[in-house]
Design a protein around this ligand. Structure first.
Ligand code: SAH
Length: 262
């Protein structure tokens, strides 16, 4: 039987913290420290501007083991390709059609999804945050409800807040009756991975072109809304296969209507 500790440990292993394009190595070190204090251990760096750097190791204090194991990727898409759930942390509301959650709700959601597969919490650059394209790769945005006139926390401080909320949620779930910590979805077909969803969105975009859905309008706004809709639905692998089968048929019919050979 699982002890509360082993449940917390198993779930903590499912979470990765992804820092995108970090400019100051000191923030990478401080983020590593923030994670370790909260029992998290997996740090992923996407195209850091200055890394490895002595300053990062200095600021990590006793968390340099975590830094030494940090994975480095060239793009966010690569860093989260195997994730089932991706949360993007933003200092301000963006004009991307994305659900926005406060940290506590985000941690609860992350824990639920962590029972089914890998979860990523993504943080942006000090100067410019995450780009809209990067936010589009996320299932939901997380905003710490800070002072609206001064809402941008230091990167490592934002990591600390989210890591703390995750820890609280983990401790709560570990204290809950056996079985509850596994969350919903256990025993069902697994949720679609990030890469599977991107494959689906690629085919959806192509199909909308094939059936002339946009009629000369740019496809961006419709695609953003559709992404939001399908990401909110938390599709499993079987559902994605079903939808892709429907799209394939629509594409075949469009080819026939154009008089092309099938
Ligand atoms: N000037 C940037 C702020 C970047 S702060 C901007 O306007 O977007 C660096 C990162 O810390 C952000 O990308 C975000 O991931 C995180 N962060 C800072 N303040 C936050 C807040 N209030 N809520 C959620 N994340 C925050």
């Amino acid at each position: 039987m699982k002890t509360p500790d082993s449940v917390a440990e198993a779930l903590a292993g499912r979470f990765r913290i992804v820092l995108v394009g970090t400019q100051h190595p000191g923030n990478i070190g401080a983020a590593a420290r923030a994670l370790k204090t909260m029992g998290l251990s997996r740090l992923v760096l996407v195209a850091p501007e200055d890394y490895p750097a002595e300053e990062a190791f200095r600021r990590a204090a006793g968390a340099d083991d975590l830094l030494a194991q940090a994975q480095v990727h060239a793009t966010l898409a690569e860093a989260v390709a195997d994730c089932r759930y991706v949360l993007g942390c933003t200092a301000r509301s963006r004009r991307v059609a994305l659900d926005e959650l406060p940290p506590r709700q985000a941690a609860a959601r992350a824990l639920e999804r962590g029972a089914e597969g890998e979860v990523a919490l993504v943080f942006g650059r000090e100067r410019t945050g995450l780009s809209n394209e990067e936010l589009q790769l996320c299932h939901a945005a997380v905003h710490i409800p800070a002072n609206p006139e001064y809402s941008s926390l230091n990167l490592a401080a934002a990591v600390q807040v989210l890591a703390y909320e995750l820890r609280l949620a983990l401790l709560e779930s570990a204290a809950a009756p056996a079985g509850a910590a596994a969350g919903p979805g256990t025993g069902h077909e697994g949720p679609a991975s990030h890469a599977q969803m991107e494959g689906f969105f690629g085919q959806l975009g192509q199909t909308l072109d094939d059936i002339d859905f946009h009629k000369g309008r740019t496809p961006d706004s419709a695609m953003r809304k559709l992404r939001r809709l399908f990401l909110r639905a938390a599709l499993n692998e079987q559902e994605v296969r079903l939808l892709r089968g429907i799209l394939a048929d629509a594409q075949r019919m469009a080819r026939l209507a154009r008089g092309g050979a099938d």
